[in-house]
Design a protein around this ligand. Structure first.
Ligand SMILES: Cc1cc2nc3c(=O)[nH]c(=O)nc-3n(C[C@H](O)[C@H](O)[C@H](O)COP(=O)(O)OP(=O)(O)OC[C@H]3O[C@@H](n4cnc5c(N)ncnc54)[C@H](O)[C@@H]3O)c2cc1C
Length: 388
């Protein structure tokens, strides 16, 4: 067992850090307060080889491991938190599932623009009546000759105001076995994108309405029975959410540490007060513990998909720790931390979202409890079989 980066990983981390300091640090504050996808950063990262880290070289990616992508997300986030969303998009998001299961024609058509930072993809899974219970989704895909006809509504999709293509979870038939996914292009007939709404983080999302939307059959990514594969791919997305949450917590921690080491009150640096020292000790314990869980899940996955259990435990830990540490960092910095001129308050707002998005902390704990007791706990109660 080894708890340090390999020489190669350290060199990679150093190079990403230098890139971030040279190109991303200057506008970090402005970028964090911008609601839309930073295409300029995506194009810069593409030239730097930071898009498609987890995607095979044959598909235009970098052929790296999940751990490489975690290292990249961390090093970018420590300098410019908002830019780490681009690493998420390019290596962990729906693009990873797409690259795994897409046909050669689908990949040739859409991957180059995505990996070059010219377009962005959004994931449409959640519906007004299907949040945590994702398999309750109602959006239907009905065959019609060489096309499918989609009907339904999706909500909360990240990057939806900017996306050119959407990976939409649909129902081809009843039950979990009837769920699959389809690629829908912006502008498809019957596809209406609502006005942007804002999350607490400042990010925007749009309602997606499918009203007899016609999609060519070649756009099916996973047909009926694809749900399990989609969720396996989704575990990669969860690792990216874990990595960003923890890195945002560490960003806030670093800012707060600098602050209490230099700011004086009562004639002494704040760090000389034990009440603050213990806060930082507690934060360090939390950060280090969650870091090990994250690295375990990522390192064990290598170039494949991570284990559902290791991902659940890492994400629950990283999401909670990221939020708690950012929250405590604000307290340690007083009004300066609460001010929008530092990114500490931004980190707290972003981390709060990941406690809900991509598998809420409660849903992850349900999965962890199933592992603990080595049995399945049906969340639907006695009537579940009838519903599925
Ligand atoms: C920042 C952000 C980004 C998002 N991005 C996307 C995206 O790109 N694409 C997309 O499709 N969706 C996205 N979502 C939506 C997200 O997937 C859902 O918010 C999530 O699945 C929870 O669903 P819900 O909000 O409807 O809450 P609900 O499912 O209504 O849950 C409400 C509360 O009850 C808890 N709860 C529910 N069921 C149980 C249970 N069985 N046991 C214990 N507690 C339970 C939940 O944990 C939660 O705290 C995003 C959400 C956020 C906040």
């Amino acid at each position: 067992m080894n708890f340090t980066f390999t020489e190669e990983q350290q060199l990679f981390a150093d190079s990403v850090r230098r890139f971030a300091l040279d190109h991303l640090e200057k506008d970090a504050l402005k970028r964090a307060h911008g609601p839309r996808f930073p295409f300029d950063v995506a194009q810069l990262m593409s030239r730097q080889g930071l898009m498609g880290i987890t995607i095979g070289e044959q598909d235009g990616g970098q052929g790296g491991s999940l751990m490489d992508a975690v290292i990249a997300i961390e090093q970018v986030a420590y300098v410019c938190p908002r830019s780490s969303d681009v690493v998420q998009f390019g290596s962990f998001g729906p693009i990873r599932t797409f690259a795994e299961y897409g046909t050669p024609e689908q990949k040739a058509r859409w991957l180059p623009d995505l990996l070059q930072g010219r377009t962005v993809m959004s994931l449409g899974m959640t519906e007004p009546e299907a949040g945590s219970a994702a398999t309750d989704l109602k959006t239907t895909a009905r065959p019609d000759g060489s096309h499918y006809i989609l009907n339904g509504t999706k909500v909360f999709s990240t990057f939806s105001p900017d996306a050119a293509i959407f990976l939409i979870y649909v129902r081809f038939g009843p039950g979990v076995g009837g769920i699959g996914s389809v690629i829908v292009e912006r502008g498809a007939p019957g596809f209406n994108i609502g006005q942007p709404s804002s999350f607490m983080s400042g990010e925007q999302w749009c309602e997606l309405h499918f009203d007899n939307c016609r999609v060519p059959a070649q756009n099916v990514l996973l047909g009926p029975g694809g749900f399990k594969k989609q969720m396996a791919g989704f575990n990669v997305e969860r690792i990216g959410n874990s990595a960003r949450a923890l890195a945002f917590g560490r960003y806030a921690f670093n800012k707060a540490r600098e602050h209490v080491a230099t700011r004086e009150q009562f004639g002494r640096p704040l760090c000389e007060f034990q009440g603050l020292q213990w806060k930082f000790a507690d934060m360090a314990i939390k950060l280090e513990g969650a870091q090990l869980l994250l690295y375990r899940a990522a390192a064990n996955a290598d170039r494949g998909f991570p284990s559902a259990y290791e991902t659940a435990i890492a994400k629950a830990a990283c999401n909670q720790v990221g939020f708690e540490v950012a929250h405590e960092s604000i307290q340690a910095m007083g009004a300066t931390g609460y001010s929008c001129e530092t990114l500490v308050e931004y980190c707290m707002r972003r981390c709060r979202g990941w406690m809900i998005a991509g598998g809420s902390v409660e849903i992850l704990k349900n999965r962890i409890a199933e592992h603990v007791f080595d049995r399945r706990f049906d969340q639907r109660g006695r009537h579940a079989d009838a519903a599925e």
